[in-house]
Ligand binder design. Sequence first.
Ligand SMILES: Cc1cc2nc3c(=O)[nH]c(=O)nc-3n(C[C@H](O)[C@H](O)[C@H](O)COP(=O)(O)O)c2cc1C
Length: 198
Amino acid sequence: MSTTANGRTADYSIDTIFLERWSPRAFTGETIAREELFSMLEAARWAPSSSNAQPWRFLYALHGTPAFEHFVSLLVPGNQVWAKNASALLFFVSKKTSTSPSGKVVPLGTHSFDTGTASGFFALEVRKRGWYAHGMAGIERDRAVQELNITDDYHLECAYAVGRHGDPATLPPELAEREKPNTRRPLAESVFEGKLQP
Ligand SMILES: Cc1cc2nc3c(=O)[nH]c(=O)nc-3n(C[C@H](O)[C@H](O)[C@H](O)COP(=O)(O)O)c2cc1C
């Protein structure tokens, strides 16, 4: 049995939230309450992580604040053009080490994996609440690391735009054209019984 929602069809039966979450670029720029954003981050907080180390860190800025303008300026121009209309912008950062009770600093091999899991939880909670989250690797990385105080024991993972879906006509034509949910390659191309078949 497959599932269809949001113009997308899954190969197997799943909760429709996985199909309803997608990454639009047309945002309304309306205000988001800090309480609402924090509920989205609360979902991320409950992600599993290796040894429950919770290596994720979330930096946020709300539309209309000087911090928001700063965050926009840390994105590549191709993301700035649409992300400037988000209601909130975030940077997801991970801590690369943990400190044992005896004070020994140990590397956390799964800091990115764990923060990616938190990011997935976040994006689903955002959608459940009627908002959209759009991940961005397109960051002016060197400047962001420096200007956001991201020291050597942290890794800048990605940025997120959060907002309500707006009118695609507000986007440059080449982005307006792409403003629809995309699809996936078949599950069979990613799943193997036993050994990997590259
Ligand atoms: C870590 C990450 C980085 C991404 N970077 C960008 C980006 O810089 N700019 C952009 O427009 N979309 C970016 N995306 C959005 C992806 O292109 C999008 O998630 C993918 O095409 C799947 O589409 P969907 O999220 O609508 O299902 C990024 C997504 C993730 C998860």
